[in-house]
Design a binder for this molecule. Structure first.
Ligand SMILES: C[S@@+](CC[C@H](N)C(=O)[O-])C[C@H]1O[C@@H](n2cnc3c(N)ncnc32)[C@H](O)[C@@H]1O
Length: 260
């Protein structure tokens, strides 16, 4: 992730806000449903970030179960621990998705949302998920198709350069297209794939794409020849389009349901 997105305090804050918008709350609910977690089970959340999914899973497993979130970034673990402080059976550790410090067949459920685009080796990450999941256990992986964000702009040229620059935010491209093969190679069974579209027709703090535009404009600045003024004009244009009732953003996440 050397050249990619760094999950520093500023990015973590914007992500946390993005992940509390209605579209992402609905996406998390779809994950919780697909995991079909039962009380007393052990759940591993790989790349748990701000801990919002762990918090949603906590009452479902209850105090006879456990939720363990692992993440590479220290900042994430601190805020996740604070967020889940009411649930003593939810814990967070620093660990790498590529080398999970847990025994084979340890967890009833394993989940990883929006993480595998950042890992250095997609197959290795899925192999690790497979290794720590108990036989018969369920896993869910979610990732975004960043190839086709459908985003209105008055100047399509600047928009396309910004979106193109954003592709470098992660090391793995087209993860949803590659996951079925990686899942099969890891000796897991893919049982279902769902599309989770995110559609915003307004640009405000309740829109996922509002927070995404903050992260993208910051990341794109200085890349693809984009100046600070150009990225600022791109974001301002989104506000103008919103004011005219012409704001439009759509992107797809994909949810992969897996059994071992
Ligand atoms: C976009 S956030 C997603 C957070 C969370 N899963 C969610 O959906 O709310 C990506 C997270 O993956 C973490 N991450 C990236 N590479 C990782 C790795 N190799 N191992 C563990 N975590 C990683 C980042 O630190 C970040 O918290």
């Amino acid at each position: 992730m050397a050249e990619g997105l760094t999950f520093d305090t500023q990015v973590s804050h914007a992500l946390e806000r993005a992940y509390q918008t209605p579209d992402i709350i609905a996406a998390r609910q779809a994950v919780v449903k697909a995991l079909a977690v039962q009380a007393g089970q052990s759940v591993l959340d790989i790349g748990s970030g701000p801990g919002l999914l762990a918090r949603d899973l906590a009452p479902v497993v209850g105090n006879t179960g456990s939720v363990l979130g692992v993440d590479l970034a220290d900042d994430m673990g601190e805020s996740a621990t604070k967020l889940c402080s009411d649930f003593s059976w939810v814990n967070f550790e620093n660990a790498d998705a590529l080398s999970l410090p847990y025994a084979d067949n340890s967890f009833d459920r394993v989940v990883s949302t929006q993480v595998y685009e950042y890992v250095a080796d997609l197959q290795c990450a899925v192999d690790e998920l497979s290794r720590v999941l108990k036989p018969g256990g369920y896993a869910v992986i979610v990732d975004t198709d960043w190839e086709f964000p459908y985003w209105n702009a008055s100047d399509g040229g600047v928009r396309d350069r910004v979106i193109d620059a954003w592709k470098a935010h992660c090391g793995q491209q087209s993860v949803p297209l590659r996951l079925p093969a990686a899942i099969k190679s890891a000796n897991l069974q893919l049982t279902k794939v769902q599309a989770l579209p995110i559609l915003n027709t307004s640009f405000d703090e309740n829109s996922f794409s509002y927070w995404l535009s903050m992260i993208i404009s910051d990341f794109a600045r200085g890349r693809n020849g984009l100046t600070e003024a150009e990225t600022a004009v791109w974001v301002n244009d989104l506000r103008i389009l919103d004011g005219k009732g012409e704001y439009f953003f759509c992107i797809n996440r994909y949810l992969f349901e897996i059994i071992k």
